[in-house]
Design a protein around this ligand. Structure first.
Ligand SMILES: [Ca+2]
Length: 310
């Protein structure tokens, strides 16, 4: 119980260097820049993907790189850099300098974190104009700024953190870049629906308490029948596995909780309120590496399991 009152942190501590299956999706362009970033640090570029739709996340959200180290002492993750997500969900965050030994986080949120905010587009249109209640607004440049292009209004998504392992960045320096990263995003309506299902199933925790969420995969493809278990003592979380029919519950079939991951639903699992413990995925015919992981208060932490290639 005490863990739930503490800021929890994912420790992206792979137990070895043999997880070759996890490095395939990482491109490291050493010594090259595309001109967008300059300075003393490395950059992280990628795409934010909406978890529910699988489509690019909305433009105007923020992508940040955070160092989770301060959470070990009860603090908040430290923001190392932020950028606004562009059309197509793409982002590039420049000048990351970190000595974090426990990984860093790509966080997609409503620009609520970090001082940079990112929603600077509003400042281009001064709000000094008092509404002209007694006259026609013919002089207002409304047509120049269609509302559909405005950034989300601050509660469009919940904060989701996707980890980057230390081994992926520890050698990087000025001008280097990590590219083609995928950071997941969860809309507030989807989170609300998920939380309603958690409550329906009697869960005392939900995404607001922090959660481990992710996929169970082999060669980056979802697989059937995988489960996530906590291997620490006194750790028996309820793990929820999504299916393709939300009508009878996102995680239930005929009123019974799904018992393992379903490839047709992306092999998506969720552990609301996950404590810092050692977890592992298991599936017949596949092998996974255990990881020390847990959720951060206020964040969904995205942890995808990729089978270790023999
Ligand atoms: Ca269902």
């Amino acid at each position: 119980m005490i863990f739930r009152s503490l800021p929890l942190v994912i420790l992206i501590a792979c137990t070895g260097r043999g997880d070759t299956g996890q490095t395939d999706d990482t491109s490291v362009d050493t010594g090259e820049t595309d001109g967008a970033c300059s300075g003393t640090g490395f950059s992280v570029a990628g795409t934010a993907i909406d978890l529910e739709s699988g489509e690019p996340a909305a433009e105007g959200l923020c992508a940040s790189i955070m160092d989770p180290t301060p959470t070990l002492a009860g603090g908040e993750p430290a923001v190392l850099g932020t950028s606004v997500i562009e059309v197509g969900g793409t982002f590039e965050i420049c000048n990351i300098v970190t000595s974090s030994a426990i990984g860093i986080l790509m966080v997609v949120d409503d620009c609520a974190s970090g001082e940079s905010g990112g929603l600077d587009t509003d400042t281009d249109a001064p709000d000094t104009d008092v509404p002209d209640t007694d006259g026609p607004d013919t002089d207002l440049p409304d047509t120049d700024a269609p509302d559909t292009d405005l950034p989300p209004d601050g509660d469009a998504v919940i904060a989701v953190a996707t980890g980057i392992g230390r081994e992926d960045y520890q050698e990087l320096g000025a001008g280097d870049s990590l590219t083609e990263r995928v950071a997941y995003s969860i809309t507030t309506p989807y989170a609300t629906a998920i939380n309603a299902d958690f409550a329906e199933e009697g869960s005392e925790t939900n995404l607001d308490d922090g959660a481990l969420v992710g996929f169970i995969r082999s060669n980056e493809e979802p697989i059937d029948g995988g489960v996530v278990t906590c291997v620490s003592t006194n750790c028996t979380p309820t793990v929820y596995y999504a299916d393709t029919n939300p009508v009878d519950g996102l995680f239930t079939t005929d009123d019974a909780l799904n018992t393992s991951a379903i490839a047709a639903a992306g092999s998506l699992y969720m552990i609301p309120g996950a404590e810092i413990k050692t977890y592992i995925a298991e599936a017949d015919g596949y092998e996974f590496q255990s990881r020390l992981a847990g959720s951060i208060a206020g964040f969904v932490v995205f942890v995808t399991w990729n089978a270790v290639e023999e």
